[in-house]
Design a protein around this ligand. Structure first.
Ligand code: RB5
Length: 155
């Protein structure tokens, strides 16, 4: 992990289905030395996942957090919502290899997990790898730049 990444704040959010895993991941982030911006939810009462995805993405886009972490039942609704924000590159991750490659190749700035599909230990390992892996740049810079739509729908 670089010095900058080690000290960087991480915003985290979940819905009711993701809340228990979010609590575990937030505790791990604090233990690893990251200031944690907890965007909720704060329990298992039913809530709407987009509200928390938007809050985490805003923290990243406004520069209050270097990275975002999202957890819902599958991670799918969270990642769909996050990727509607220009400048957010959210990857739904199930393993360490995906976590490493989405940082190295996609410069992902938000990671999403499914609490019903990914176990606690794989999620912890993946999150640690995500935070420790730098973007490779080079040829990936051009590809990442092409992700954002600029008015040409078939670009
Ligand atoms: C909530 O039941 C569930 O739909 C949500 O956590 C998530 O899996 C949506 O993608």
């Amino acid at each position: 992990m670089t010095d900058t990444e080690a000290k960087s704040a991480v915003a985290i959010g979940a819905d009711h289905a993701g809340y228990p895993l979010k609590a575990t991941l937030a505790a791990a982030l604090a233990e690893w030395g990251h200031p944690v911006i907890d965007c909720g939810t704060d329990g298992t009462a039913s809530v709407d996942y987009p509200d928390f995805a938007h809050a985490v993405c805003r923290a990243v886009l406004e520069g209050r957090a270097r990275f975002g972490v999202l957890v819902c039942g599958t991670g799918i609704g969270m990642s769909m919502t996050a990727n509607r924000h220009p400048g957010i590159r959210c990857a739904l991750i199930h393993d360490v290899t995906g976590a490493r490659l989405t940082r190295a190749h996609n410069d992902a700035n938000v990671i999403a997990f499914g609490a019903r599909t990914t176990g606690v230990e794989p999620a912890l390992d993946a999150l640690k790898t995500f935070l420790a892996t730098p973007f490779e740049g080079g040829r990936h810079e051009r590809r990442v730049a092409k992700i954002e739509l600029t008015g040409d729908p078939v670009r």
